[in-house]
Design a binder for this molecule. Sequence first.
Ligand SMILES: CC(C)(COP(=O)(O)OP(=O)(O)OC[C@H]1O[C@@H](n2cnc3c(N)ncnc32)[C@H](O)[C@@H]1OP(=O)(O)O)[C@@H](O)C(=O)NCCC(=O)NCCS
Length: 320
Amino acid sequence: MEFRALYPDELEKWLDHVTHVFSGGRQYFSNHWHNDPWRDPEGIRIAIDNGTIVSTVRVFIRKMFLHGEPVTVGGIGEVSTHPEYRRRGLATQLLKDSIEFMESRDIAVSSLHGSQRIYSIEGWEKVPRYYARQPVTAKKQVAWDVRPANFDDTAEVKRIADLYDGYARKFNGTFVRDEMAYWTAWVRSESPNAWVAERDGNIEGYVSVVRREDQLNVKEFIASEAAFARERGKQLFEDMLSNIIAQMDAASLEVVYPAPIADGFNAPAIEEHGSTMYRINQPDALSNASDSIPNLLHNQPQSLAQGIKSHHIFWYTDGF
Ligand SMILES: CC(C)(COP(=O)(O)OP(=O)(O)OC[C@H]1O[C@@H](n2cnc3c(N)ncnc32)[C@H](O)[C@@H]1OP(=O)(O)O)[C@@H](O)C(=O)NCCC(=O)NCCS
C-alpha cells in the first residue's frame, strides 16, 4: 500500500473513486475541485493498492474568521475508503498524512463535518451549530428592493464581497472569501438562489436560500454595517425573507437559519446541529488557544461580542 499526494494527471481516477464510494454526484466533486481557487493536488492524500486508488482524504485550503481575524484552516472532506478496504486503518493513516500536510503549510486550524470516532481519536472535537426555525409570512411591500443577485456584474459581486468581509468577521467559523474567483465560480454555483436588497441604488443586504417544500433554508446572509447597527440586521433579514417568499408565490414558509444572525436566538424554536468538528493544529498561531475548542468557537473577545449565546456559524454555501 502506497500513501502519497495525488498526481495532477490522476484527477479523473480520483473522481471515479469518490463518485463510487459516495454513490453518485461526480459533478459535485468535480465542481468542488474546478471551482476552488485554492485547490492544490498536494492536499489530496490517497492510498494506492496495485495502481488503484482505494482511499482518500482531501484538505480544502481556506481561511476562516475567528475572533474578528482570519486564520488559516484546512477543511477535511471526501474521506472515503473503497468498501473492500475498510477497517484496515487507511482513512486513519490518511488523516494523519493530512495533519502532516497542514503542518507543512502552517495551517493553524482544521474543520470537518462528520462525527466518526476516527476523527475524535486524531484530535478533532465537536462544536454544535445552532439554527433558528421561524414561520415567515409573505410581504410584497418592504423597505428594500429585493431582487436576484447578478453574478455577471463585477461591480455588484465586489460590493457583495466587501459587505461579506465586514459581516462574516462578526462571527467565528465563517470562511474568508477574498478571491473574486471564489465568488464567481464557487459561490455562484453553490448559491443558485441568491438575492440582494437595494435601497437608493445601494446594496445593503444579501441572502442565499434553498427551498424544500414548506421550508426555506438560509445558506448565507449578509447585512451592511448600517443595517447591522439596527438590531443586528433583524429588519433587513425579515424584509428580505418575507419579500422573497412573496416572489416565490408562497403565502408563508418555515425559515431555518443560523441562530447567531438577526435575533435568531429569540426565534420560537432553536435546533442544535452538532456535526462540525475542529482541531487546533498550531496553538501558537491563536491568541486564545488555551480555551476549550467549543468556547473558542462560541465566544468572541469582549470588544467584538454581541451578547449572543454563540458566534459560531458555518454557511452551507462554503460546505465541503
Ligand atoms: C468512514 C470511512 C472513510 C472509514 O474508512 P476506513 O478506512 O475503514 O477507516 P479506518 O480503518 O481508519 O477506521 C474505521 C474503523 O476500523 C477500525 N480499524 C482500523 N484498523 C483496523 C484493523 N486492522 N482491524 C480492525 N479494525 C480496524 C478503526 O478503529 C475504526 O473503528 P471505529 O469505527 O470503531 O472507530 C469509510 O467507512 C467510508 O468510506 N465510508 C463511506 C463514506 C463516508 O461516510 N465518509 C465519511 C464522511 S464524513
